[in-house]
Design a protein around this ligand. Structure first.
Ligand SMILES: Cc1cc2nc3c(=O)[nH]c(=O)nc-3n(C[C@H](O)[C@H](O)[C@H](O)COP(=O)(O)OP(=O)(O)OC[C@H]3O[C@@H](n4cnc5c(N)ncnc54)[C@H](O)[C@@H]3O)c2cc1C
Length: 464
């Protein structure tokens, strides 16, 4: 329980309208996309790095857990206050500034990804990282998780756009990791890179300097269905290798997802074994040629149905095939263990075969889709939450999946991070020495272990 003097001091730091101890408010900050719930003792809405600094200094002195939170869309429990304490919401840090000449955007950590991308677009600029949650997720949350999306194959992920951050250490120091508007800079260690993907355990990001690109002139979407998932996987490899096209998005969807989306949104594609969605962008003439090449590869690989869309309305309709998967899968099973493994692209077909084997061995439904272009597949292991045997089989299937992925030279998470849901498994991928080095870094940043404790590592990270 927070002591009364602590409550008074926190209220003084942020002012009464930016703090709540009310149960109805606390419940709104107690969950994320895992569906798990931990209620904090207080939620704070600081507006500046200076306020965050005072909060963290106090929390460090008093040993109070502080959990940074963007929009709470994380899939691994990163924003959950598992040890109680304070949730520090960034939702009032929403300033955006675009320096069009330098092609750099500067924004507060709580800016919604979509709002930032739209603001850049209104000035003819392009912010490529596009997690499917982008209409809700925040830039701070994207940096903390190093979020990626369909455009990852051609444009990379969040880390490829973060030039610098302003961040507050758990002990209260405000740090700027690099000048911000230079595209290069190698003075000292790469702290920007270290904090990107650190899951809110090393520092609270308060402001980010983000690289922008010129907005592509044109886009075209090619969607194709196939009889099997394996054939779709082979087509993905041929599009990149033989057609020489690097699509701006290359997504794969299995038959379970297509059926679920058809039942949810009546797409008429429920009978197909798999589909791929390929987006190409760039200069108008090049886009036309690339789309033709992709279409030819799909036909050659035996596609059952191909559609090529150039107008916005049709592209949006076709993208809904992918966007509607998450809500549609809710009807397939009340428990969805959502993993985001990555393998080298050439091992996708092996991964698909292995998933079929796991599904049979554990007698469990597996629904897969994802960013096949960069080898990142979202594997959803479905179960009935009220059936303990099925839940147990689903959990065993997760371990099978990680063994399969690592055996294929992959990683157990490409986007969602470790949080609390994968902390039991990091030892399968990282050596003991690697984990110990990471813990030493955590101790150097957070000697009192107050910032997002209980995340990433299973064992306690002791202070220095
Ligand atoms: C439907 C759906 C689709 C999704 N699709 C994708 C996808 O395509 N690609 C992808 O990568 N992810 C995806 N996600 C996962 C999630 O949206 C991303 O991880 C996103 O980056 C989280 O942003 P957030 O603002 O919601 O962060 P939160 O969930 O609030 O927090 C996530 C983590 O970041 C930390 N954090 C938040 N803000 C800060 C800050 N300012 N400083 C330090 N730490 C901070 C938190 O402590 C926590 O550990 C999806 C989620 C959903 C629900």
């Amino acid at each position: 329980m927070l002591a009364e003097p602590v409550k008074r001091e926190l209220t003084r730091i942020v002012s009464p309208e930016n703090i709540s101890f009310e149960r109805e408010d606390l419940l709104c900050y107690s969950y994320d996309a895992t569906g798990r719930r931990y209620v904090p003792e207080c939620v704070l809405f600081p507006r500046s790095a200076e306020e965050v600094s005072l909060i963290l200094k106090m929390a460090s002195a008093e040993g109070i857990a502080v959990v940074p939170r963007g929009a709470g869309t994380g899939f691994t429990g990163g924003s959950l206050p598992v040890r109680g304490g304070i949730v520090l919401s960034t939702e009032r840090m929403t300033q955006i500034e675009i320096d069009a000449d330098n092609m750099v955007g500067v924004c507060g950590a709580g800016v919604v990804t979509w709002d930032f991308a739209q603001k850049a677009e209104s000035m003819g600029l392009f912010y490529p990282p596009d997690p499917t949650s982008l209409r809700v997720s925040t830039i701070g949350g994207n940096i903390a998780e190093c979020a990626g999306g369909p455009r990852g194959l051609k444009y990379g992920v969040t880390k490829d756009y973060v030039l610098s951050v302003e961040m507050v250490l758990p002990t209260g120091e405000v740090i700027k990791t690099a000048p911000g508007k230079t595209l290069k800079g190698v003075v000292g260690y790469n702290l920007t890179g270290l904090v990107t993907g650190s899951e809110g355990t090393l520092a609270v990001v308060t402001k980010a300097y983000l690289k922008l690109l010129p907005l592509p002139e044109a886009r075209t979407l090619v969607v194709a269905t196939f009889d099997t998932l394996e054939r779709a996987g082979q087509t993905v490899i041929h599009i990149v290798r033989d057609a020489g096209v690097v699509p701006s998005a290359l997504e794969i969807i299995d038959g379970v997802c297509l059926k679920a989306v058809d039942e949810y949104a009546k797409t008429g594609l429920g009978g197909a074994g798999s589909a791929i969605i390929v987006e190409v962008d760039g200069n108008r003439d090049a886009v036309k040629k690339d789309a033709e090449r992709v279409e030819r590869v799909c036909q050659r690989m035996g596609a059952q149905w191909v559609d090529v869309a150039e107008d916005q309305k049709r592209m949006k309709e076709l993208w809904s095939l992918r966007r509607d998967i998450s809500p549609a899968l809710k009807r397939v099973g009340s428990l969805k263990l959502n993993e985001d493994v990555v393998v080298p692209r050439t091992n996708i077909v092996e991964l698909i075969r292995g998933l079929e084997d796991i599904s049979k061995k554990r007698n469990i439904t597996i629904a897969s889709f994802g960013h096949a272009g960069d080898g990142n597949i979202h594997v959803n292991i479905m179960a009935d939450r009220n059936n303990p045997q099925e839940v147990e089989r689903a959990e065993s299937a997760v371990k099978d999946l990680f063994e399969l992925t690592l055996g294929l030279g992959g990683t157990i998470s490409g986007e969602h991070g470790v949080g609390i849901t994968k902390s039991d498994y990091i030892g399968m991928e990282l050596s003991r020495d690697t984990i110990e080095l990471m813990k030493r870094i955590k101790r150097a940043f957070d000697p009192n272990n107050i910032l997002n404790p209980g995340k990433v590592f299973t064992e306690e990270v002791q202070g220095v």
